[in-house]
Write a protein that binds this ligand. Structure first.
Ligand code: ZN
Length: 294
């Protein structure tokens, strides 16, 4: 059984130019739930001035369906984000740092070590406030400014996040630089260090067309939790770089074909992607929404 974390409402929409209303976001999430999705990265507690698309986190969480079997995640990048998150009923804090100093200095104005120090306290506080906390390590498979990111650096950051109380770790290929053999190698080093019981997830972008190949490599290395976005949302053709996530319904189709359960309804996912394409007023990158189910 594959556990999907749908990141379209956060990672996907955050990278889209068209502003989407809270009502439309709620409608999207309702459709995803109807299609069988149970884990949703729904919001980001990032500075609304920096990312206006995510400014309605509190408002959106208030109107989302409350169900015991649905888990909503929210991105937390700092102490101020934590404070906002703790005032909501979001279930899982996705605490994020990258693992490359150049990337982190540009985007978060601090080194990886400084970020890990500060975020470790954020994690501890999240845990003591009875939130689930997932650690997300970006640029885990390469950095656009530094190139290779040594796996030891990723393992060190993961260890500190786990020590601080994270119950799961996700390795993110922020700018789509991973390749399948590298994924197998990093995952096996991860399991060697932390054991196979660690809940490890993978987050790929399809920037260079390797999203599904990397997911398959991760699956073959033992991973069962994958992030993806409906319609491959996020790769806006008007942005300087297309950076869409691996596409949910394309991934589900791949696992269906291999006889591996995802707990989702492929037809409903495709219908949701087509509906969203209409809302976004631009073609989305998903393949199944164009090909249909054979
Ligand atoms: Zn991402």
């Amino acid at each position: 059984m594959i556990e999907i974390c749908e990141v379209g409402p956060r990672d996907g929409l955050q990278n889209e130019k068209k502003m989407i209303s809270t009502e439309t976001k709620a409608e999207l999430i309702a459709k995803l739930i109807d299609a069988g999705i149970r884990n949703i990265e729904a919001v980001s507690f990032v500075n609304p001035k920096v990312v206006p698309q995510m400014a309605d986190a509190e408002e959106l969480l208030k109107v989302l369906p409350k169900r015991k079997d649905i888990r909503y995640g929210g991105l937390v990048l700092s102490r101020s984000g934590l404070e906002r998150a703790l005032r909501t009923d979001v279930h899982l804090l996705h605490v994020v740092t990258t693992t490359s100093d150049s990337f982190n200095l540009r985007n978060a104005k601090r080194s990886v070590n400084q970020a890990v120090d500060e975020l470790s306290k954020v994690i501890q506080e999240g845990v003591s406030s009875h939130k689930g906390v997932a650690g997300v390590l970006g640029t885990a498979f390469g950095c656009p400014f530094e190139g290779e990111v040594p796996v030891e650096r990723v393992l060190t950051a993961a260890e500190r996040f786990l020590d601080a109380g994270c119950t799961e770790i996700t390795l993110a290929d922020t700018t789509g630089m991973a390749n399948p053999l590298q994924v197998q190698k990093v995952v096996s080093e991860f399991y060697n260090q932390f054991g196979k019981d660690l809940s490890l997830g993978l987050h790929f972008h399809n920037t260079r067309g390797l999203g599904l190949a990397n997911i398959l490599a991760g699956y073959q290395a033992g991973v069962r939790r994958f992030d993806s976005s409906i319609g491959g949302l996020g790769g806006c053709p008007f942005a300087p770089k297309a950076v869409g996530n691996a596409c949910t319904e394309d991934m589900v189709n791949m696992f269906n074909g291999m006889g591996i359960e995802t707990g989702t309804d492929l037809d409903k996912l495709i219908q949701t992607a087509l509906w969203l394409e209409n809302e976004m007023e631009r073609p989305l990158d998903g393949m199944m929404m164009k090909a249909g189910i054979a």
